[in-house]
Design a protein around this ligand. Structure first.
Ligand code: GDP
Ligand code: GDP
Length: 480
């Protein structure tokens, strides 16, 4: 067992319309198109990866934050925002230079001051405003120096980011974040978590950290994260997997950014289970999880190569399941779905549940879906075989000649559609990365290639190379 560091988390907080999504997009250099495919799944993206120089970090946009929460959805958001503040490594608090300070800003500032969290106060929409004048009034929020920025133009953003990341320079110096006052927000009732309360999808940064250029040595241990909402059976599965090697004491200090890696072997394969510290009650190993932590789940996914998404056969698929799935998709990790608690169901129930999950998880069609009983150990070996296959697919080496042959065969069978006077011309393909495999297609006028054609090529490559269990990224590069 050893400790590793997760990527630090920068949370964006602020009332509606101050420019959080604009800043989020700038920090993560997001590509909206990637998410469009899964619309209906979520209303917004809220998690993404950013990078400053060679330092990767996660960005969390806390969404429509309204302290005066009236209905269930807002209340749930407020709760999630509060949790994000507590779990982040640093907060960027955004206010609006043009609107000036308002009551909501004061309310949020009060919470932030009380949280003891490190905060950078960024005054947005300050482009073209007289230096100093725009930000002076924000001193009254009591959160230190206000930094003028323009999220849409980019001015000042690098400075604010640098300031935020400077707080993370030395994790040893970190002061623990005190628990937030539980009364600060009304608790969400069960009915509060409506279908609109999806927090969201993350998103691939311009340079995914997991990319390994072809030819580089590959780490053959399988880094595995088992994720899912509380009570689906994750701990039970971990216990079953670890068997006798079960770890019995978990009392570790560590910062919020620590993860624990547990090594185990099955057959001739070695696995590293990425486990999040602090998810369990100290000393009571593998017992009830204190609280579901979206951020820790995201970090575990980030740190893994293959994710097992665990669902509960005895419960409906929830928004929480959907947005964990969304994040897995966005990071491009290999994926196996495990539908747990398959024991004790009759044939008719199994049939119905299988059909329902199949339909609802259609957007994860590249992933194998297993029915298991973590408690009885049923289906666990088959699950691991799919984990192995997904890992092999994620790290497959795709040679340029074979890729090109497959590309040209696909084009011959069905050429890309003409757009105006242009007919996209595809010449060759090579591999640009692994986990997920990236295939770069070279040619002319490729910006005219529609998404449907991209999906056609993806299916062709997937079949030709037997790439089950991993997403594939296909990128087009035109040369003039
Ligand atoms: P959010 O609700 O906090 O996520 O805010 P959005 O990112 O959706 O931005 C709200 C509005 O402010 C949009 O119309 C943006 O175009 C605008 N906006 C965002 N950043 C800037 C900025 O730096 N300058 C100006 N002038 N407008 C901005
Ligand atoms: P976690 O919160 O995802 O780690 O879930 P746990 O592993 O703590 O399991 C939650 C509850 O579901 C416990 O009462 C388990 O005994 C039960 N459980 C877990 N796996 C199974 C299973 O395969 N079948 C049945 N019937 N119950 C299970």
């Amino acid at each position: 067992m050893k400790h590793v560091s997760f990527k630090p988390v920068v949370a964006l907080v602020g009332r509606a319309n101050v420019g959080k999504s604009t800043l989020f997009n700038r920090l993560t250099r997001s590509r909206a198109a990637l998410v469009a495919d899964f619309s209906g799944l979520t209303r917004d993206r809220h998690y993404g990866e950013g990078r400053m120089g060679d330092r990767p970090f996660l960005v969390v946009d806390t969404g429509g934050f309204e302290p005066v929460a009236k209905d269930g959805i807002l209340r749930e958001m407020a709760r999630q925002t509060q949790q994000a503040i507590a779990e982040a490594d640093v907060v960027i608090f955004l206010v609006d230079a043009r609107a000036g300070v308002n009551a909501h800003d004061h309310e949020i500032a009060r919470l932030l001051r009380r949280s003891g969290q490190k905060v950078v106060l960024a005054v947005n929409k300050a482009e073209g405003m007289r230096h100093g004048g725009a930000v002076a009034e924000f001193h009254e929020l009591g959160l230190g120096e206000p930094w003028p920025i323009s999220a849409s133009h980019g001015d000042g953003v690098a400075d604010v980011l640098e300031k935020a990341l400077s707080y993370l320079a030395d994790p040893e110096d970190e002061v623990p974040v005190p628990a937030l006052d539980a009364d600060a927000w009304p608790e969400a009732g069960d009915e509060g978590a409506g279908p609109h309360d999806i927090e969201a999808l993350a998103h691939e940064g311009a340079e995914p950290a997991s990319d390994v250029a072809p030819g580089q040595p590959i780490d053959h241990r399988i880094k595995l994260a088992i994720v899912g909402r509380p009570n689906v059976g994750k701990s039970t599965l971990i216990n079953t997997l670890l068997g006798e090697e079960r770890v019995i004491a978990f009392d570790m200090p560590g910062t919020t950014r620590d993860a624990i890696e547990i090594e185990f072997k099955r057959g001739n394969k070695s696995y590293t289970l990425i486990d999040t510290a602090g998810l369990r009650k100290r000393g009571k190993v593998f017992e009830a999880i204190e609280k579901f932590s979206v951020i820790k789940t995201l970090q575990a996914i980030e740190a893994s190569n293959v994710v097992v998404l665990m669902l509960d056969a005895s419960a409906e698929i929830s928004d929480q399941d959907a947005h964990i799935a969304g994040f897995i998709l966005e990071t491009g990790r290999a994926l196996v779905v495990a539908i747990n608690k398959w024991d004790g169901l009759d044939d008719e129930q199994r049939d119905r549940i299988r059909r329902e999950f199949d339909r609802k998880l259609r957007f994860l069609s590249f992933a194998k879906m297993h029915t298991v009983s973590a408690l009885k150990g049923q289906g666990v070996n088959a699950l691991l075989r799919s984990v192995n296959a997904a890992h092999a697919a994620a790290f497959a080496k795709l040679s340029t000649p074979r890729l090109t042959r497959e590309l040209l065969a696909a084009v011959e069978q069905q050429p890309p559609p003409r757009k105006g006077i242009f007919r996209p011309k595809m010449r060759y393909a090579h591999q640009g990365g692994q986990n997920p495999p990236r295939i770069i297609v070279h040619g002319n006028a490729l910006d005219a290639v529609p998404d449907s054609y991209r999906r056609y090529l993806e299916a062709r490559f997937r079949t030709a190379f037997g790439l089950d269990g991993t997403p594939l990224r296909i990128e087009f590069k035109s040369s003039q």
